[in-house]
Design a protein around this ligand. Structure first.
Ligand SMILES: [Fe+2]
Length: 444
């Protein structure tokens, strides 16, 4: 039995070099829809590195992609300077890349202007991060840039890169699957416990994501089945900036757990420490981002993240309503504008449903933000007994025609039978069996 292995997981750092500009109208417009705190990501990551450096016993740090904000070369160089601090202290850092690391839209911001800056090519990633995983790989796939490391005797980590072979993010090609199979077989032959790291979650992170493209790998059911049946029990993922742990059991009875972790640079601002106890259990702990050196206008770290998250939700709702206004008549236009300010009580009254006193004066958009905050933080509190759950169900129960139309449209788009009400209620209640933040998983 191998000795215990501990490691940190920090997906979606989205590091942005601050000298590229963090003020002015162009920058403010750019970050309006962002949940990540681009302007403070450098200060945040520095504080996270300090925190990890204070842990003298944990050596391994895994970074599952979206390392840079929008692929700026300068952001990569600046991030690597922070990673060097970890390496200099004897830590081993392993990265994979994802969509925001290259071929993105790298810009600096100067007043009203967005100015293109040097970006990064995918072919440059391996050289840039040679000291951070690729250089120590015991197996490397040149097609996908996936690789295997052995951080400690008895453990192999599959760093699976599925960020866009054929320009299709989240695609596990036949080639990649064959490569993974070969690596797992070799690890087993060598008596090593093997687990995987990917950017894209294998499993939908909550029920409503089941049919959202790029919120999980393509053909997720068959990929989950393949991984579970070749003997991978644990996958650590990112991409969705959410705290979520999910479980899949293949028809052959093999179990796969997907542990998706949020970004340290945006709500809920967590990273994880995992300890594998002799390959028999996985202890998973979520760690809040520590205090960092940035003017947050008096807000605590968690309030700062949450305020940004809510502002981004409101901005997206407003943009959606603006978009939907095209081609509407004056009355419909007025109704959509009103929806932005409407309370839950008034919206429910339009379908002759009485909202609970505890939420009737809450604006609909605030309730939407509350629900998203709860889901993204993990372990959402809206069980079927709560007023919020009852009222969401009550409201959806009064709009059968709209529901049928939406279900038909989603079913047509996805080729599956969709019941939106069921998906929404399952998502807000966190009805799945596993905790999202702190848990112990028993392994085979
Ligand atoms: Fe990301």
């Amino acid at each position: 039995m191998p000795q215990d292995l501990s490691f940190y997981l920090i997906p979606d750092i989205h590091y942005y070099e601050p000298s590229l500009g963090t003020t002015g109208r162009a920058f403010e417009d750019h970050v309006k829809s962002e949940t990540n705190c681009c302007e403070s990501s450098a200060a945040i990551f520095e504080a996270v590195v300090d925190k990890i450096l204070s842990d003298k016993t944990t050596r391994l740090i895994l970074l599952p992609g979206d390392l840079a904000h929008d692929g700026e070369y300068e952001s990569h160089l600046s991030l690597i300077r922070q990673l060097h601090r970890l390496r200099a202290a004897g830590k081993k850092v392993c990265v994979i890349s994802s969509k925001h690391d290259y071929n993105d839209s790298p810009c600096s911001y100067n007043g009203d202007r967005r100015v293109p800056v040097k970006g990064t090519k995918k072919s440059e990633i391996v050289d840039l991060y040679r000291d951070y995983g690729y250089g120590e790989a015991i197996a490397f796939d040149e097609v996908t840039l996936s690789y295997v490391v052995e951080p400690q005797r008895g453990y192999r980590v599959l760093m699976i890169n599925c960020d866009g072979e054929f320009d299709l993010p989240g695609l596990f090609t036949e080639h990649l699957i064959l490569w993974i199979r070969a690596q797992v077989e070799k690890a087993k032959k060598d008596g090593a416990y093997v687990f995987a790291v990917t950017h894209f979650p294998i499993l939908p992170v909550f029920e409503c994501c089941e049919f959202v493209p790029e919120s999980h790998v393509r053909s997720w059911r068959s990929i989950a089945r393949i991984l579970a049946d070749i003997g991978i029990e644990l996958v650590f993922s990112g991409q969705m900036h959410i705290q979520s742990v999910n479980k899949f059991v293949s028809p052959a009875g093999n179990t796969l757990y997907d542990i998706c972790t949020s970004s340290p640079c945006g709500f809920p601002g967590k990273f994880r420490k995992v300890t594998l106890r002799g390959g028999k259990s996985a202890e998973i702990k979520s760690i809040p981002v520590p205090d960092f050196d940035f003017d947050r206008s008096g807000l605590s770290v968690s309030d700062y993240f949450e305020e940004r998250f809510r502002a981004s939700v409101f901005h997206r709702i407003r943009s959606f309503l603006e978009l939907e206004r095209d081609g509407l008549n004056a009355y419909q236009n007025f109704s959509l504008r009103a929806l932005d300010k409407m309370t839950c009580g008034r919206l429910c009254a339009t379908v002759a449903y009485h909202a609970d006193d505890s939420i009737k004066d809450l604006k609909v958009r605030d309730l939407v933000a509350d629900l998203l905050v709860a889901v993204f933080a993990g372990d959402p509190p809206y069980s079927p007994e709560t007023a919020v759950y009852q009222d969401v169900r009550g409201f959806l129960g009064r709009i059968p025609l709209i529901k049928r139309a939406v279900n038909r449209r989603l079913s047509k788009d996805t080729g599956e039978t969709i019941d939106l009400e069921k998906l929404v209620l399952a998502s807000i209640s966190g009805s799945k069996a596993l905790p999202d933040n702190n848990l112990v998983i028993k392994l085979k």
